[in-house]
Design a binder for this molecule. Structure first.
Ligand code: ZN
Length: 432
């Protein structure tokens, strides 16, 4: 497979893009009604010809994650012998989703990531290092690997290693670009500096950040994002991926929102009532991946809160963009009559150098008000500074408990990711 970015729809005039998107959605609905047992039933009353506009498409029912987890077999749109890769992701309830992909899906995934890296200015021959796991049934590391190699970057599968080994490979292979979780990269930068490595003089020029936001709601860089740019004298690019969509939204060189790849995904942002919200207004990301063979989806509710940015980007792309993920929908905090995005709290805590690590724990009581407790690895003398900063940044006052690293890690449990927020509200409300 060759990578031809000029085949992408990203730079098309908006009218042409909208017309082609509508046709693609009509074809998609026709296809899933024939191939997917789930959609044969869910969309029995609708055929592609009924969808005469994008507004018509927005009337189709949503698909949510719990439905997908419960009925995964019924979403299979190809015979089992065509499946060539299985990935597993945890559902919001903790139940695993087994997600099946064909060889064609893997090629599509590679094209998607190659387009993402190409948009961020990665070029054939650039030396790239992937600093996330490529095993453990994750889709992400595999997708970055396929995308970078398709693009023609010289790709090193480093994974997550002890810091001395990370340093060894940075010095040995001199990467131009790294793909990493931003908080991990910040920690790595500090560890490299402790070992006498001049991070600003390093070869790294681009840092592609996954799994955590690097921006605030106003699109400015948050503490971790700006620390990385400063520490490595490099540019940071956010990328947002979703296993079930098998697609990524990635920032371009203009660093002003994560671009959708319009030939691979149709993007909506909806409010609590399920109706589209105006551009720029936060809502739940709903996406319809296009061209998926194994487990195609229609109007999939990601559970992630973000906002849409439309219009032509400074880079010339007309494809829509999304902002940072402000919250998991299930993790929105109800506090004193208002709704609070966890990202605001996480960004505020990340700004404080006196905190080595932290975990935000959400609990609930019978009154439906949420309680928020912050467990922080910090000197007790810093408590007042933390409280003042939270009040200034997030206009909130939450109890802060001083703790240590082993306690925080045991609170995190056996999560595969280093989570910054734990939601115990359902359990505490149920009295467990
Ligand atoms: Zn752009």
């Amino acid at each position: 497979m060759d990578f031809n970015p000029e085949l992408s729809w990203e730079f098309w005039p908006e009218e042409k893009l909208a017309a082609r998107t509508l046709r693609a959605l009509q074809n998609h609905v026709e296809h899933v009604r024939k191939a997917s047992p789930y959609y044969a039933e869910a969309l029995a009353e609708i055929d592609g010809a009924d969808i005469r506009s994008l507004d018509d498409f927005a009337k189709l029912p949503f698909t949510d994650k719990s439905t997908l987890v419960d009925a995964a077999d019924r979403f299979m749109a190809v015979p089992p012998e065509r499946i060539t890769e299985t990935v597993v992701t945890s559902g919001s309830s903790g139940r695993p989703l087994v997600f099946s992909m064909t060889a064609g899906d893997l090629d599509r995934l590679a094209f998607n990531e190659a387009l993402s890296f190409h948009g961020a200015g990665v070029k054939p021959g650039d030396r790239a290092q992937i600093l996330v796991s490529l095993d453990r049934l994750f889709i992400a590391g595999m997708a970055y690997y396929r995308g970078l190699t398709l693009l023609g970057a010289n790709t090193a599968r480093i994974g997550v290693l002890p810091f001395d080994m990370q340093k060894h490979y940075v010095e040995l292979l001199e990467p131009d670009v790294v793909v990493c979780v931003p908080s991990f990269m910040k920690r790595l930068g500090k560890e490299l500096q402790t070992r006498g490595f001049d991070t600003r003089a390093s070869s790294i020029r681009k840092i592609v950040c996954i799994g955590e936001s690097i921006r605030r709601q106003d699109m400015s860089l948050n503490a971790v994002g700006s620390a990385l740019e400063d520490m490595f004298d490099a540019r940071v690019y956010s990328t947002y991926g979703n296993t079930e969509l098998a697609v990524a939204y990635c920032e371009c060189e203009a660093q002003s929102g994560n671009h959708a790849h319009p030939e691979l995904v149709y993007t909506e942002v909806v409010g609590d009532d399920g109706r589209p919200v105006p551009d720029g207004e936060p809502g739940e990301l709903v996406a319809t991946p296009l061209g998926v063979e194994g487990m195609p989806l229609v109007r999939y509710k990601t559970g992630d809160i973000t906002f849409k940015i439309c219009g032509t980007c400074a880079c010339g792309r007309t494809s829509c963009r999304i902002g940072p993920i402000l919250a998991r929908k299930s993790q929105m905090i109800k506090f004193k009559g208002t709704t609070l995005y966890p990202l605001t709290i996480l960004n505020a805590l990340d700004e404080l150098d006196c905190i080595d690590d932290f975990l935000v724990v959400l609990e609930g009581d019978a009154s439906l008000a949420d309680t928020v407790t912050i467990h922080a690895v910090t000197p007790p003398a810093s408590l007042q500074a933390i409280a003042d900063h939270l009040r200034a940044r997030a206009r909130v006052q939450f109890p802060v408990l001083v703790t240590n690293a082993p306690t925080i890690n045991s609170l995190r449990g056996d999560s595969r990711k280093k989570v910054k927020i734990i939601d115990k509200r359902a359990k505490t409300r149920a009295g467990r």
